[in-house]
Design a protein around this ligand. Structure first.
Ligand code: TYM
Length: 327
């Protein structure tokens, strides 16, 4: 069975972009792949966090993983810091990466270009920790949204470089990016991707938003004056984004979604999109409440840690031995 690995960094509550671009795919793939899904808690501290807030986000993220349908008996679900080998391998990989490569990583480059100062060294090097997360498990595929493609490519480059230098050591992973929904955009500013770190949360639907709030956000999403529901990201980015959300949730193609709504007015179209989103949230939130009040999170993480750690400790051992630094 081929192996997949992915993770989410819960620096805020999970949102619809995380669900459509990543989570729903994890749930699908757990049926046919050996699936490893983790909570990237070490990645969260690359930027300053309030300890109380971040703790809640982490718990909520695990509960939402399970509420979305990830199943501890099918997938290995674990907390990154429970497997100490990640940070260890991350350091080794950072010693096999070049400054120029990290300078080119979009997230770092963007913030640098905006003149941000005081970025942590961890923020700069975190793509090498992400590479360790992936290479540790010899993953064949890494299902991610569009914005993480560059990081998976760095992991591939590091794997190839180390394989060339030391002999076969890591599987070279491939990013797996869904055709529909790999980049869900902000509802208020559809030129930007939907993100948990937005200043205003009007453009972002959080998975724990009340149905009323979510409906309101969709109904006030930015549109245009063309007045035809069609997929045209250049001239109608807002409408195209809503079509994408609908198609992804209904598991249909964008073309099929366009056909359904070709004679709709924007208001009626939005109502239908909102209804789909609300139905998803209602289902997730009812499961979330049950999960948060049970011991399922603890059980899931205990089982996941055990399984992940076996693989990770063997891989780290292999790497240390190959590098000649194990005694
Ligand atoms: P993060 O937490 O920013 O995002 C988690 C996943 O959600 C996807 N995503 C989106 N997809 C569609 N539209 C959006 N607006 C949107 N926003 C986010 C992301 O592409 C991602 O798949 N560094 C990673 C976490 C990580 C990781 C890993 C992932 C750490 N180690 C190893 C894969 C493998 C991150 O910050 O994702």
């Amino acid at each position: 069975m081929q192996r997949m690995l992915s993770g989410i960094k819960p620096t805020g509550e999970l949102h619809l972009g995380n669900y459509i671009g990543a989570l729903r795919n994890f749930v699908k793939y757990q049926e046919d792949y050996e699936m490893y899904v983790f909570i990237a808690n070490l990645h969260t501290v690359t930027i300053p966090q309030d300890p109380k807030e971040i703790h809640k986000y982490l718990i909520d993220a695990i509960a939402l993983y399970i509420a979305c349908g990830l199943d501890k008996d099918k997938a290995t679900i674990f907390l990154q810091s429970d497997v100490l080998e990640h940070a260890n391998l991350g350091f080794i990989l950072s010693c096999h990466s070049y400054e120029g490569e990290l300078d080119r990583m979009t997230q770092y480059k963007d913030r640098k270009q905006k003149g941000e100062t005081g970025l942590s060294v961890g923020f700069y090097t975190y793509p090498t920790l992400m590479a360790a997360d992936i290479l540790m498990y010899d993953a064949d595929f890494v299902p991610v949204g569009d914005d993480q493609k560059q990081h998976v490519e760095l992991a591939r480059d590091i794997a190839e470089r180390m394989n060339n230098r030391y002999g076969q050591m890591f599987k070279v992973p491939k990013p797996l990016i869904a055709e529909v929904g790999a980049r869900i955009m902000d509802l208020q500013d559809p030129a930007r991707k939907m993100s948990k770190s937005d200043q205003s949360d009007k453009g972002c639907i959080f998975l724990l938003d009340s149905p009323k709030t979510a409906r309101k956000k969709i109904m006030s999403a930015q549109t245009d004056s063309v007045n035809i529901v069609q997929f045209d990201t250049e001239n109608q980015p807002g409408i195209s984004n809503l079509l994408t959300i609908y198609a992804a949730l209904k598991e249909i193609t964008i073309k099929e979604a366009e056909l359904i709504f070709k004679d709709y007015r924007y208001g009626d179209f939005k109502k239908e999109v909102a209804q789909e989103v609300v139905e998803l949230l209602e289902k997730l939130q009812s499961d979330y409440t049950e999960i948060i009040n049970s011991d399922i999170i603890e059980k899931t993480l205990t089982k996941g840690k055990e399984k992940a750690q076996k693989i990770a400790s063997a891989k780290l051992d292999q790497v240390l031995t190959t590098l000649g630094i194990k005694i």
